[in-house]
Design a protein around this ligand. Structure first.
Ligand code: GAP
Length: 506
């Protein structure tokens, strides 16, 4: 069994070898934290987008879509708070020359203490058996209490220092907590500095006249500034949502975790506009609804968990993450935020335009509150591939790598494989391909032994292979091979479409 780090490396190299993900600009030695999606990667990515879009826009009558531009008026980012507050505190280790986010260093340290508590709790559960009262144990066991007090004190001080922008105290706290650089093992830290994550560029033809504009760090603002356009043109009544999928850009300080932390990535966001005062009920609703979406893909619930935020972003009155157990540990996959009326009110103020919803039932206008669900497309891709990647030993002693992707997401749904390249088998296979390709993404291949072709299809996650052999020419049947069980059944050619339709629906 590979260690998680090995597994992560294997997933990265498998993604490249089988045409899922390539490092950007590779022939020029790459560009840090930027990636290109290959022929099978782009299919998987499009399928994730389509599934999300369907679940949001098609299955909810009160959610509509939008595709707003990446370039936006620069004042938008002043109003949203991103110019002043979209910063990460960074710190360098002088010995390893590695740069870290100070908050991540502290949170990892806190997690280590949490892990120690969990170990004590697990030991006690084994010792006491069924009579074990975890709550009681956590509040009374002296060692556990000591750990918990340590966590609480660190958290209180850390968040207060961040709030006050007291970066000297953040550094002092890192030193006092004994946090060392994971690479050099030393505490030889630089000062902590704030670093704005937005990329900027110039718009305009002459340098002096050009305006500095930003590449959007989230898609959400495009929704907020179009609130009235959408509400009026689509005749939406509160509560309603606006969904959008699009690129976002962040100049991440630490970006060395493959698709997990990229500088150019895609978000799938939905902003849900509600009556003020009802936002926390909707927040609870979307928390559950989004968790249901994740588990609907067939990935076990134990791979996901909620992480409620202690420190809220400048716009939120409640926030939680849905974390996924990546090979690098449980990490944020999706954020659900109750953003209050912060954004719409700020745009109202900065633009000088009234942004209100007139509620005909109440006979009054108000600035709606917003509950947002925001998921990274690339992180979802990584989650799905990490879960699907399996190395299997087969009964005959050989090995295979298989991507057990949910069928609805698989880049190729069916491979059409003539057993050999003669005797009229390719012609028959082409006939079948020509029917199926209008319904499913198919892949035709006649080179190599059938065993090798099956392995290649397993490696890109193709759920079904159809093999055309000599018997096909006699009785018009083919074999249908299942990727996960590797079982084969013989089915009539004229039933292929109906059988696949049934098997490939969620
Ligand atoms: N509009 C809210 C917002 O942008 P966020 O928690 O900063 O919230 C939402 O980002 C999601 O975007 C994250 O849960 C993550 O999946 C994805 N994401 C954020 N930064 C990313 C990065 N550098 N690389 C890949 N995905 C990222």
């Amino acid at each position: 069994m590979a260690t998680n780090e090995d597994l992560f490396k294997k997933i990265i190299s498998h993604s490249k070898e089988y045409g899922f993900v390539f490092p950007s600009s590779e022939i020029y030695d790459g560009l840090s934290a930027v990636y290109d999606y290959g022929p099978f990667g782009v299919e998987l990515k499009n399928n994730i987008k389509a599934w999300w879009w369907k679940s949001m826009v098609q299955y909810h009558e009160n959610i509509v879509g939008l595709d707003s531009a990446i370039f936006m008026h620069p004042t938008i980012w002043k109003a949203s708070g991103h110019v002043d507050a979209f910063n990460d505190p960074m710190i360098d280790n002088k010995d390893s020359k590695k740069r870290y986010r100070a908050d991540v260093l502290v949170e990892d340290h806190l997690q280590k203490i949490e892990d120690k508590i969990q170990k004590e709790v697990d030991k006690a559960r084994t010792r006491f058996g069924e009579t074990f009262d975890e709550q009681m144990y956590r509040t009374t066991n002296p060692r556990v209490k000591e750990y918990q007090d340590k966590i609480d004190a660190l958290k209180t001080r850390f968040y207060a220092s961040l709030e006050k922008n007291d970066l000297a105290d953040v550094k002092a706290l890192i030193e006092e907590a004994g946090i060392v650089c994971p690479v050099s093992g030393t505490k030889n830290w630089t000062e902590v500095r704030q670093f704005n994550l937005m990329f900027s560029t110039q718009m305009g033809s002459v340098n002096e006249d050009a305006n500095e504009i930003f590449l959007r760090p989230e898609t959400a603002q495009g929704v907020f500034v179009n609130f009235l356009n959408v509400q009026k043109s689509a005749r939406m009544k509160i509560p309603f949502g606006i969904a959008q999928i699009g690129k976002a850009f962040r100049n991440e300080i630490v970006a060395r975790q493959f698709l997990f932390r990229m500088r150019e990535f895609e978000q799938m966001e939905m902003q849900y506009f509600v009556k003020p005062g009802e936002e926390l009920e909707w927040f609870a609703y979307w928390k559950q609804e989004r968790m249901r979406w994740h588990t609907s893909l067939g990935i076990p619930a134990s791979k996901y968990r909620f992480h409620d935020h202690d420190k809220l972003a400048h716009y939120a009155n409640a926030a939680t993450d849905i974390e996924f157990e990546f090979p690098i540990g449980f990490k944020e996959l999706e954020g659900i935020h109750s953003r209050t009326d912060f954004d719409l009110s700020a745009h109202q103020k900065f633009s000088g335009r009234k942004i209100q919803y007139f509620d005909t039932e109440l006979n009054e206008g108000y600035v709606p509150y917003v509950v947002e669900t925001s998921i990274g497309l690339d992180r979802t891709f990584l989650a799905v591939v990490s879960y699907a990647y399996r190395e299997e030993k087969l009964e005959d002693g050989s090995e295979r790598v298989v991507l057990s992707l949910p069928a609805i997401l698989a880049p190729v749904k069916v491979a059409i494989l003539p057993l050999i390249k003669k005797d009229g088998l390719p012609e028959k296979a082409r006939e079948i391909m020509d029917v199926l390709k209008y319904r499913f993404r198919c892949f035709y291949e006649e080179k190599d032994t059938i065993g090798r072709r099956y392995r290649r299809m397993d490696a890109i996650g193709t759920p079904y292979c159809i093999t055309i052999d000599h018997q096909t020419l006699q009785d018009n049947t083919v074999t249908l091979r299942d990727r996960d069980t590797m079982l084969q059944e013989r089915i009539p050619v004229n039933e292929i479409l109906a059988i696949l339709n049934e098997k490939l629906s969620l």
